[in-house]
Design a protein around this ligand. Structure first.
Ligand code: ADP
Length: 249
């Protein structure tokens, strides 16, 4: 049986009196790659914040690796790249230092701790193609390079679950393509479970295996194959739009 990474049941949430999420239920298995899509204001970021235990639901339950996110301690299992990083770009830190700031040491007894840390950080830098610029200050990076640093920081613990909120808005098309390839490798080779929030419903099917479409409630959750074959989705999105989403898959 596949391990359940995340189990959301009958979840509702409101900011003051305004309901933003209504009766959401879904679950995520180990190795899933989910595109989380929906119009602006549909509750995607709010859902992610609840999953991470940043917000508390009004109704329903969430189990993250079997644990209520509000009591979740094993932070190294999760990598998170928030939408707008409140990251001080002018902080005088190098690429390598920023990546190491994401490190939680899970193995406490290691013979040569400094070497162990160095190896882990190098691995993340290699994956994100940052080795050559490891000693550069982050204030000197391009938007694409900085994004890769932040992703490296999110994956430095080799998390089982990686959550990325609109990660590609600052990237040029070529960097974006490479970025998606890296995510796919993490998913395939390391079996990292990925939840990727995106606006780009037109191309997420090229990468993700499942689509979670929300608009306050769940409109669709399942494989792209099922989405593309669904008559209901054809009438919800219009057949033309459904075709646009599906033809690249
Ligand atoms: P999405 O990520 O899909 O764009 P959000 O989860 O950010 O959607 O927002 C969902 C709704 O909740 C929007 O209408 C937004 O204006 C509202 N909202 C988001 N954050 C807050 C907040 N801190 N206080 C009140 N309303 C909020």
């Amino acid at each position: 049986m596949q391990m359940s990474i995340l189990n959301v049941k009958d979840l509702s949430f409101r900011y003051n009196k305004i309901e933003v999420l209504n009766n959401i239920s879904f679950y995520v298995n180990s190795g899933d790659y989910i595109g989380l899509v929906g119009p602006n204001g549909s509750g995607k970021t709010t859902l992610i914040k609840i999953i991470l235990g940043i917000l508390k639901p009004n109704r329903g339950t969430v189990l993250l690796f079997g644990v209520n996110p509000l009591n979740f301690k094993d932070r190294h299992l999760i990598g998170y790249l928030p939408q707008r990083t409140h990251f001080n770009l002018y902080f005088p830190a190098t690429v390598k230092e920023v990546i190491s700031s994401g490190l939680f040491l899970k193995k406490k007894r290691v013979k040569n701790i400094d070497r162990f840390i160095d190896e882990i950080i190098n691995e993340a830098m290699k994956l994100m193609d940052l080795v050559e610029i490891k000693n550069i200050l982050i204030s000197e990076l391009s938007g694409g390079q900085l994004q890769r640093v932040l992703v490296a920081r999110a994956i430095v613990n080799e998390p089982d679950l990686l959550i990325l909120d609109e990660p590609t808005t600052a990237l040029d098309p070529e960097t974006r393509e490479r970025f998606f390839q890296t995510l796919q490798e993490l998913n395939k080779i390391k079996n990292t479970t990925i939840i990727l929030v995106t606006h780009d419903i037109g191309s997420i099917g090229k990468y993700a295996s499942k689509l979670l479409y929300i608009d306050k409630s769940i409109i669709f959750y399942g494989s792209f194959e099922d989405f593309c074959a669904s008559k209901d989705m054809g009438s919800y999105f219009g057949e033309f739009a459904q075709h646009l989403i599906c033809h690249r898959h």
